[in-house]
Design a protein around this ligand. Sequence first.
Ligand code: GP9
Ligand code: MN
Length: 630
Amino acid sequence: MFNQKQNLLNKGWFFFAIAAFFLWAKTYYALQTAFTLDIENGIQQFILIITPISSLLFFLGLSLFFSPKRRNKAFMTIYFLLSFALYANVVYYRFFNDFITLPVLMQYKNFGDLGGSAKALTHPLDFLYWVDIVVLITWLVVKKTKPTIEFRKRTIAMIFAASLGFAAVNLSLAEMERPQLLVRTFDRAKLVKLLGIYNYHIYDTVMTAKTSSHRVLADSNELSEVLNYVNSQQGKMGAHGEYFGKAEGKNVVLVSLESTQNFVIDRNLHGQEITPFLNDLKDESFYFNNFYHNTGQGKTSDAEFLIDNSMYGLPRGAVFTTNANNEFNATPEILKGHGYTPVSFHGNHASFWNRDVMYQSLGYDHYFSKREYNVTDENSVNYGLKDIPFFEQSMPKLKGLDKPYYAKFLTMTNHYPYITNNENMEMIEPADTGDGSVDRYFQTVRYEDESIKKFFQMMKEQGEYEDTIFVLYGDHYGISENHNRAMSEILGKEIRPFEHTQLQKVPLIIHIPGMEGKQMDTVGGEIDLKPTILHLLGIEQENDVQFGTDLFKKDRESVTIFRDGSVVTDEYVYAAEGDHCYDKSSGEEIDAKTCAPLKEKAETELNYSDKVVYGDLLRFLDSEKEETEQ
Ligand code: GP9
Ligand code: MN
């Protein structure tokens, strides 16, 4: 008996089978526990069980083509790479609620910088993702097993045939569950649910290759098509908002409020305001209470891209890293042509989100990044320099600029996992939902609010305030769907897809010294800020690719499109995930047909925007202009 067992442990096929089983088991464990995939029926459950098998057999099977001497190493390397891909997705999902895409992976610098966040994102049970590797290596070393040596050609062929068979079954079941799965790319969770995590990555790789070939194949006709769409949509030509030119020649200060959602505005916690300064400021400003972020995987950088270009970020990856060398027609560049000095201030490394490269393409004159600040252990936390010293140290730099300036300030302290490291930073008690991130969020938002207050004080004291207009916006959500339990406790209601879309509201405060405050109810998003700012400064863009509209324009279409294809209007909310349609005022779910046109509009518009970015179509804009002028 003992001998037989020993023999079995020496058998290559047995090792292969057990290893494949381990990998299947942990992949299935991850699919069940680490991601929210909303399994709706028995077939989907079955798909989930079989999805890892085809790719496991395929990839592990590849090791059999190596020479017997190298097979062990090849096998374990492949095994490790698959495990690594799985685990990387698990950790990434904990924060971003999304799966890794190849373009995001290429931003490895950003992963390195995650620092504190990465630590908070690993859990004790995570050793389960690695323990099998230790077992397998020990097995190979102790038993001197040659895992694959006695595989015959026929067995190898059978392994690949089985892989193909499983893939075919998987694909046909997936197609039944979701027709056209492979052509609708908005929803990565569906792809993973129905194709499995490894097949999803194969799909993603093919997509990445396909999109990078777009640029080569694109021609100027595609741009004409997009321009036709853009112009037909908004009847923008000559359509000036009521405030056109009201801030002509003024400095523009943009403030990106890190991870700040609109629900904190005017909300009290333990009887105290969370954002006392912003609450007051908004009363003396244009306050847009139906303003949403339109960002995707590129987070802060997507918000920057949307705001400067009035185009959408990409469905996969961050345009800041994937298409930084494109031709753009961004606000900084346009304003430079009108005598402005466009700059950006941010206390993080210059290369984070590839800003150092992208800012040049957008037309920024200078990027005041981490190396131009004095950053110490004391004045930094989490990603780096705290917001108050950030604004303090930025002031002399701002004062040194030629006027008028277009200056963007990116705050950072209110970033996941929302850490404070000094009592002075804690100006409000944390909440008590028991969900640490949510509870601490209020403290770091409160700190951020204080930093904005200080900033305004300094602007006034140093004589910069009067000649400046201020645009403060929340860049994207801070609290993801993973925290719905705690959020429903905070809001006192269940979080359905409807509430989830409403939680994508971020504050937008446009403060123009000397002008009275006004609440603006129009539905809009970051996509609308370029035309809004340019119009305030009295600058009209002709023949430009802009998907947004001036938020001050009378009779503007009150609508915004999310990067995942969701849409919000005055009347309806379409939540793309799960295909839900709601009446906006009652929040009641209604017939999906009502939202069908909105869904279609979103798909069309996002596709056009992606076409411009992938095809680098704005490089044809000048010749297009010349043609229309002739
Ligand atoms: C980093 C800061 C945060 O520089 O902009 O980035 P985020 O993770 O929010 O995109
Ligand atoms: Mn951000």
